[in-house]
Design a protein around this ligand. Structure first.
Ligand code: PLP
Length: 394
């Protein structure tokens, strides 16, 4: 059968593909170290699991919930947003979705018409551009300077703004770079969006995973007017190690949220009931376990960053958040006669059984993404193997 153009033009997620390939090789008995994953490697905290078990026993999870999320979870998000963003929002400003990924998907379906443009800074999270395309929009990619941690400025935005520009996406801390925008940098972007009546999609999914005294400022918290021009994307996946539960949410104007809710009502009906109960416990229950996971990531970052930065031909600045390193490996590639990062990544996997994600999926053909969501032993061994690979390929 001839498939739709929409799906034929779609790039499958390179991160999910790399993770699947590593798992397949492991299943064949190979000693693969996979640094591909975009999820914490801890199991969900026990209090959250218990709340879900109790929820199942109560019989409450047998039925559809409201399309935009249960009143209990929306109320938990209202309180969480007050505490973390210092913002007062109403349930009508919130939609709960099947993961933050689906919040983004429904958002683009809600705000874009054919040909509308969304500005996306490079390197970007793999799904942004594809989701914009699925909504018939055009992704417009812009490059920040590597010297400024790839962060974009108003000047970069002005270079590409057209009458078709509808929105820009900012992710801070960033996947894949782990870099954070300062409050002043965010304010400048927010004021630019106000001036041109554009929407900022603020992907805050890594906002709690920040290290070494850094703090991730929230764009939406900077002023009332900036908040009016922002849709916040957040969720429980990363902070509480709940990627499998699929709960994310968006916060924005009642108009946008009601459009998104209409789409949810005709697609997923509602996010899974038991997961919503678990998410209430995540947001309102004890926060110590999440803090311990954050500390573990911080320790891994502090141990592994200097070793990776010291690899021949690797260039990177120390990330402030998320759980990825995104080194520029152009010189390492040149040492081995490589002119393509995906071939380099494939050869590394074949020769040393270390799986990384090619930078090509993030718009950066000179880089690789290494997740440090792995044990310290695996991380240290991976660095030994990568060094051997570079030295053998000279
Ligand atoms: N935004 C970014 C930048 C991400 O890295 C991810 C997950 O990898 C998401 C959104 C989606 O998260 P979720 O698991 O809640 O769908």
């Amino acid at each position: 059968m001839k498939l739709s153009q929409r799906v034929t033009n779609l790039e499958p997620s390179v991160t999910l593909a790399a993770t699947a390939k590593a798992k397949e090789l492991k299943a064949k008995g190979l000693d693969v170290i996979s640094l591909t994953v975009g999820e914490p490697d801890f199991t969900t905290p026990e209090n959250i699991e218990q709340a879900a078990i109790d929820g199942i026993k109560s019989g409450k999870v047998s039925f559809y919930t409201a399309s935009g999320g249960t009143p209990e979870l929306k109320s938990a998000i209202v309180d969480f947003t007050k505490e973390n963003y210092d913002l007062t929002v109403e349930p009508q400003n919130i939609i709960v979705t099947s993961g933050a990924k689906f919040a983004l998907y429904t958002l683009f379906q809600t705000i874009l018409d054919a040909g509308d443009e969304v500005i996306i800074p490079v390197p970007y999270w793999v799904s942004y551009g594809e989701q914009v395309k699925l909504a018939q929009g055009n992704p417009v990619f812009i490059h920040g300077d590597q010297a400024n941690d790839y962060k974009i400025t108003v000047e970069h935005l002005e270079d590409v703004r057209t009458e078709k520009t509808k929105a820009i996406i900012i992710s801070s801390p960033s996947n894949p770079t782990g870099m954070i925008y300062s409050e002043d940098e965010l304010r400048a972007l927010g004021e630019w969006a106000i001036r041109h009546e554009l929407l900022i999609v603020s992907d805050d999914i890594y906002d709690h995973l920040v290290y070494n005294g850094n703090e991730a400022a929230h764009l939406a918290s900077l002023s009332d007017e900036i908040f009016q021009h922002t849709v916040i994307i957040n969720g429980v996946s990363k902070t509480y190690s709940m990627t499998g539960w699929r709960i994310g949410y968006a916060i924005g104007s009642a108009e946008i949220i009601s459009g998104m809710t209409a789409i949810a009502s005709q697609s997923t009906s509602n996010p899974t009931a038991v997961s919503q109960i678990a998410a209430v416990e995540a947001l309102t229950g004890e926060q110590e376990t999440a803090e311990k996971m954050r500390q573990a990531f911080e320790e891994r970052l502090n141990t592994i960053y200097p070793k990776v930065a010291d690899l021949p031909g690797f260039k990177l600045t120390k990330p402030q958040g998320a759980f990825y390193l995104f080194p520029n490996i152009k010189e390492a590639m040149e040492m081995g006669g490589y002119d393509n990062v995906t071939t380099w990544v494939n050869d590394l996997l074949e020769q040393e059984q270390v799986a990384l994600v090619t930078g090509e999926g993030f718009g950066s053909p000179d880089s690789v993404r290494m997740s440090y969501s792995a044990s310290m032993e695996e991380l240290e061994e991976a660095v030994v193997r990568i060094r051997r690979f570079i030295e053998n390929s000279k």
